[in-house]
Design a protein. Structure first.
Lengths: 343, 343
């Protein structure tokens, strides 16, 4: 479905050589150096850029909320989408501050919202089914979700965008993400479930029990990424996975947000492992499973600010670091050009 | 010498209440929330701002380089200053990218540089004395250094600046910073000394031995911050301490960079503990003693990117997070204004 070229790493040493000739001790810019190296590999140019960055925020509801896994009611998903289009949410503030265009996608909110120029309608239903009772989605819905996600990214690409951030909103989606994590890693529900938007200890224990029940119900589905997504995924998570795969196909950089976005990464990587080369992990969230998820993916996040909001907020906050990586890679003097003595 | 008002914390709860009314789960913006709270306490306003930010880069040389503690020769300090004024260093790239004005101060480079409009001359000598043989500075030099640093910050303040980043350049200054750290914390040379710009293991062992010798020589000086600075400090470190104290007096935010800047913090805090309220610790550096220094100061840095460059580079990279904190604090909708259900 996606034609992803694995990243050609033959230039890694040449790029690092260029970085090492800059007027600084070798390695002194730490993770910013590996970030610039990765960007140079992907962009294949001597001048790196963050061009016309977009934040795509996918919103959808989850049948699993029937099990009482979130302190917030499903209605909040749609209410927050209206907040996004009014410009009042955290992600709006960060996108304005950092000059990122934002697009909001209704991937399947429970109650359809009024038509709005700023909401892309890519609805797959009125929320997923309760995955404690059966699969969250049909196979057809998963396929359509991947296509829908890909469409949004292809649109961004046509507008000259080369970095896309992916965020989400969906009451109940930490439950879907935890179930996906367990399915893809083999870890227990206990290792994957966290407080989400703010459960107390009893709430977390109940959520673990719900997820454990779902994992037992669907265990036969977990040997294939598409059936896994259908079993315990979400509309917004599957659309994010499609967006990630398309971005990799188009050699765009993907700024991955937190726990939910990383669950979409697990699905995307299971579908087409080469896509991971194009992903930048923006932050380690405060949701307890996320650190372990990042370890499982064998990636190092840029930020660690104790965020647990979603919406793409961590991805937006990391974008200035990409711009800083471009700036030093493009414009920093070499020892020779600056007349500085080298060791 | 400095009249610093301890931060009035009586509004902490009211400010947090305002943050908790924003459309997000309580605490979901992690460290950004405590950052906004601190900024609101300091700025005492309903609208937070990062106004006309400056990066002051203090440069000086160190007599301790005679002991072979750095792989780079002292000449590199002046060469890098010329690189700063030509706009070719990492700090220039980051300041351009993030719209920060940069000012370079010759606090006492070994060989005087040609007159240059962009270099402020606040020279205290041609580098400090070798503190393995006697005090690095005289008492008069320390007093003058504090005054010089304060002058630069007062200038920024007059231009409407309310956030100042402090960086440095000085071959040998990780040795001075390690000695100051040991003096102020009581930790051993081994706990405080690291690789600096890139020593190998034998180089680090030699540097530990040099610092241990200096600590033994000056131990009688360490019960007073001024005599400690004179004994094992540096011109740029003492000027940074003066800049920090003046910024706190003027209720400006100070963005503290890495290991050297944090050593200046230790001196400033020893002189006037209340100043620490005005400091934001931008990052944990890769220099081995820095994490321990931050623990000793009981502060949490914003970034942890494995940087070990100095120049103010980590401070510059953290500035967008301050802008993000202002953005959400100023402009994010409340549950009520956005019509979002609260738990």
């Amino acid at each position: 479905m996606f034609q992803i070229t694995p990243l050609d790493r033959s230039n890694v040493a040449a790029i690092q050589q260029r970085i090492d000739n800059k007027t600084k001790p070798p390695g002194a810019l730490g993770q910013l150096e590996s970030l610039a190296n990765k960007m140079a590999l992907i962009q294949g140019s001597d001048r790196l850029s963050v061009a016309n960055p977009y934040m795509l925020v996918f919103a959808a509801d989850h049948g699993i909320t029937e099990e009482g896994v979130s302190p917030f009611p499903s209605e909040v998903t749609g209410q927050m989408v209206m907040n996004f289009v009014a410009g009042g949410a955290a992600i709006n503030c960060f996108c304005r501050e950092f000059d990122i265009k934002i697009e909001v996608i209704d991937a399947g909110i429970k109650s359809p919202l009024p038509e709005h120029a700023l909401i892309k309608r890519q609805r797959l239903g009125a929320g997923t089914a309760n995955f404690c009772q059966g699969p969250a989605m049909t196979h057809e819905q998963v396929v359509q979700a991947l296509t829908y996600g890909a469409i949004r990214v292809a649109d961004c690409h046509r507008s000259g965008c080369n970095v896309v951030g992916l965020g989400e909103m969906g009451i109940g989606n930490t439950s879907a993400a935890a179930a996906l994590m367990a399915a893809f890693t083999g870890l227990s529900a206990e290792d994957c479930v966290g407080k989400g938007t703010g459960l107390d200890d009893a709430g977390v224990r109940h959520k673990i029990e719900v997820i454990a029940r779902a994992l037992a119900l669907h265990q036969h589905a977990f040997d294939d990424p598409m059936t896994t997504l259908a079993a315990v995924g979400g509309f917004e998570i599957a659309q994010m996975a499609g967006a990630m795969l398309k971005a990799a196909e188009l050699k765009m950089l993907v700024l991955v947000d937190g726990f939910i976005a990383s669950a979409a990464v697990m699905a995307a990587v299971a579908i087409e492992p080469a896509c991971k080369d194009y992903f930048i992990f923006s932050h380690a969230s405060n949701e307890q499973g996320h650190q372990r998820m990042l370890q499982h993916l064998d990636v190092e996040p840029l930020l660690n600010l104790g965020l647990r909001l979603g919406e793409g907020s961590g991805a937006a906050l990391a974008l200035p670091l990409l711009r800083a990586a471009c700036a030093f890679y493009n414009d920093m003097a070499s020892f020779e050009s600056a007349g500085v003595s080298q060791v």
